[in-house]
Each structure stands twice: as structure tokens, then as C-alpha cells.
Design a protein around this ligand. Structure first.
Ligand SMILES: [Zn+2]
Length: 293
């Protein structure tokens, strides 16, 4: 970036289509991370988005150079979800390798720095996964942003936090890779799915944190089925379970039924007995203690 404080990109290469002017009154409340599924330049992204009905605000190249393709004040078409698009900034990252997907150190460092600069500029607080920084896969069925949501996530978010601290007058980030200290709010792995476990799971999934699976009732939106699941009944289903179902590629009814439990068990690598019992909950607790699902 030419200027991290004023968010002046190295290169401004604005799209003239495939975004929406303004934000329909919404404020920037989160950052959504993407990967190119390729090693594109700023110009390369611009070219792809001439014909593809998609866009993002920023592209971070493998050499760390950052381009702005949609102004922050406009709505980029990046998350596959209109409500999320309106209230978010989308950042694309180039992949330095494809098998497995991986971003370069320069891309990681500058992408994380951009996240920190945006969090500071928009008053979102210190960068935190599932709080103000989200993977694209949170909002639509996709594996994007690949390594940034898996192998490279810890390094990316640690760096974003360090840059945020630096930008707010803290110590300069250490170049040394440090083993992250165990989180002070780590769950006791006891197989008991109480409020603390549900809250931690919600935090990891980026849904409302209220400690109750069935607490965040939302209309099912399924107008087609005139039964208990229809909105005429008021609709029910957990926001948390919907997010889990989206992640696992299941139908999103928000209900923790046998099929969903089996899929969760397969995901966690425990026996698929369709019972949300101590073995499954213990595996879940271990997983979310690593700030992932
Ligand atoms: Zn994406």
C-alpha cells in the first residue's frame, strides 16, 4: 500500500461494472477473505471480472502489491450473499502454489496488514476470526479462501493482530514465528454441551453468541413446505446449525437432526451414531479450542 493509514492502494484499477454503487445505507462491519484459485495480478483480476459477474474491493498479489478494484464505499459482488456484500470489504489473495493452495509470505503479510488497516479505519476492533474477519466459505458453499481458512489461518490472523497493535501504537510485530499460547478461554473437554461449549462453537462459526443452540430462531424461509417448517409457523431452526450445515454442504434447515449429527460426526472423525453425545461433544470441544470447526 502507498499509505496504510489512508488506505491508498499501490495501484487503483477500478472496475466499471459488476459491482453496485454505494452500500444501500449499510456500514462496513466485517472483512471477507478470498483466494484467487490461481496466481493473478491486479490486472489479471480486472480482466477476469470483465466477463464474470463478480468483484472484490482489493487484490493482494504474490509480491505483496495491493490493488483497489472497487472503492470501499461501493458494494463489491464477492460473498455470494447480498446482505453480507453490503456490509463487508472483500479481499482477494493470489495463490503462489496450487497443490496444495498456498499464498506467499509477502501476500500473507500484506493481506494481514490490509485487514489490520481496515479494522482500524472502520473501527472494527482487533482482527478476530469469526468476529470481524470471515472466510468466504462462511457465507456460501465454497472452499474459498482455501489455505487462508486452514493451514495459513493462524499465521495470517496472528500477523493481522500484530499489525493492528503496531498501527495503534503497540510494539512492532516480531518476525519470529511464535507458538500461540493456549487460549485463556479454552473449554474443558468434558463431553458436556453446555452454554460455554455452544458459545465457543458460535464464536468459531461467526454466528450470534448466546450459548444456546436453539436460541437464535430465524424464519426458515421455506415457503414451499406448508408444515411446521414453514414461515407461517413462525419458522425455527438455529442460526448456528445453519452455519454448520452450510459448511458441511447440507440442506440448511437449522435443525440438529440425525443427518446433520452424522455429518458433524464424520467431520470430527468420530463414530457416526447420530447421537450428539459425550464422544461427539468432546471432539467438538477439542476442535473449537483450536478456534476452528
Ligand atoms: Zn471467494
Amino acid at each position: 500500500m502507498k499509505n496504510w493509514e489512508t488506505l491508498e492502494a499501490d495501484e487503483v484499477r477500478l472496475l466499471s461494472k459488476h459491482f453496485t454503487k454505494g452500500r444501500s445505507g449499510a456500514k462496513v462491519s466485517r472483512i471477507v477473505l478470498h483466494h484467487n484459485a490461481g496466481n493473478l495480478s491486479i490486472e489479471g483480476c480486472w480482466n477476469v471480472w470483465q466477463t464474470r459477474e463478480a468483484s472484490a474491493h482489493y487484490q493482494v498479489q504474490s509480491d505483496g502489491r495491493i490493488g483497489q478494484l472497487v472503492w470501499d464505499g461501493d458494494t463489491a459482488w464477492h460473498a455470494g450473499n447480498w446482505a453480507i456484500n453490503m456490509g463487508s470489504i472483500g479481499i482477494e489473495h493470489a495463490d503462489i502454489s496450487s497443490s496444495p493452495w498456498r499464498i506467499s509470505d509477502e501476500c500473507l503479510d500484506n493481506g494481514a496488514h490490509l485487514v489490520a488497516a481496515l479494522c482500524k479505519h472502520y473501527g472494527l476492533g482487533r482482527p478476530a476470526w469469526g468476529v470481524n474477519v470471515f472466510p468466504h466459505s462462511q457465507f456460501t458453499s465454497t472452499t474459498c479462501p482455501a489455505s487462508i481458512a486452514s493451514d495459513q489461518r493462524e499465521a495470517y490472523m496472528r500477523r493481522a493482530g500484530e499489525w493492528f497493535d503496531t498501527m495503534n501504537g503497540g510494539a512492532a510485530p516480531s518476525a519470529q514465528v511464535q507458538q500461540s499460547a493456549p487460549a485463556s478461554n479454552a473449554l474443558v473437554v468434558d463431553g458436556n454441551c453446555g452454554p460455554a461449549t455452544v458459545s465457543k462453537w458460535q464464536q468459531v462459526m461467526g454466528t450470534t453468541v448466546d450459548g444456546v443452540i436453539s436460541g437464535q430462531v430465524v424464519p426458515s424461509g421455506n415457503y414451499a413446505r406448508p408444515n411446521l417448517f414453514s414461515v407461517s409457523y413462525g419458522g425455527f431452526g438455529s442460526q448456528l446449525i445453519r452455519a454448520v450445515q452450510a459448511r458441511l454442504g447440507l440442506e440448511q434447515d437449522g435443525l440438529l437432526g440425525p443427518a446433520t449429527i452424522r455429518a458433524i460426526q464424520a467431520h470430527l472423525g468420530v463414530a457416526q451414531d447420530a447421537s450428539f453425545g459425550p464422544a461427539t461433544v468432546s471432539a467438538l470441544q477439542t476442535r473449537v479450542n483450536e478456534n476452528r470447526f
